[in-house]
Design a protein around this ligand. Sequence first.
Ligand SMILES: [Zn+2]
Length: 366
Amino acid sequence: MKTLIIYVDGMNFTSINNENTPFLHDFGLKYSLLRLKTLLAYTGIENTFISGKLPNETGIWVEFIYRKNLLGKLLKLKPLPNNYLSYVYALGKYIIGDTFLSKLHYIPRKFFDKFSSSVNYGLWKNDFFQKNTFVYYSWPFFVKNNKINLDFIKRNDEYKVKKFIKNFNEDADVYFIHIVDLDKTSHEYGLGHEKTLKEIKKQDEYCSLIANEFISKFNDGVVVLWSDHGFINVKEYIDINSIAKNFKNADYFLDSTLARFWFKDNNTRNEVANELKKLKNGHILSIGEKNMYNIPQSTEQGEVIFAADPGYLILPNFYQGKKPCNGMHGYMPDKADLDGFFIINRKTNKKTLNMNECLGVIYGNL
Ligand SMILES: [Zn+2]
């Protein structure tokens, strides 16, 4: 059985309608269109989708965890900006056998040796691919049956879609593509902006093009279209950096919507926690909340984890640097509608789906 999976990064379930996404809307209506419940996670979302296991089962939740990084220790000594070092870092990781390549983003140099990726392997290393023959395309990786083609030149979705479609005549059962331009546009302009709307329409056209081409070749194939999360607009910023940098005995990672801390002593821990408690637009996650959001309990993820309220962006942070943006995801999903969508060309009785249930639906078990 041939299976096509189109992973549309960052499209809200509520963005799907007759006007903006006629293909997704009609295809979903004809078969199954489900609200896909997102997670309070970054890297962990796609891994949950493809493995069927939640972040607290895999340990894959955010991109970086508090774990010594030898490559980072070497790069710390190189007096070059992060965007140049990111290439060296990615290449270095690839050479030592990693297939999940992180950039250094705006991580302060002093922390290069303290944080490592939470995952070392690309999605295609999961059983879902390994038990099949496959074509996998998530830039910079184009992988056919474990044969890797690495392409560091920046490619837009239009280029990727064309390249991907050409491979449908290959001898493979699973075809997977990740398209990301909507995520980029939504971060920059926010939800509801005309440029975002235009990109939503383009993504719908890509989906239509890929799915129709696939069905014309393999007419009994399974077609899955999904999105990991939606977006909400940023209304204000929270400055945690100016608090965190005052504590010599605390290390910290400022994700866009999370601030995670590690401490050398209990005093510092209490002082930092007290400062964070004074902030109005977010709070320190309790153990109960960590359980509820399926966050791994390991201290590598954070000894103290502060989560921003929906619409608040931690700025500066290690992803955007000091540059504000208009759209964001990665909030507590019960406090904002950030759900994605799941479409499959089969009939289901479900209206909503949890991220760890997708695999079961694709296999036809649910
Ligand atoms: Zn994003």
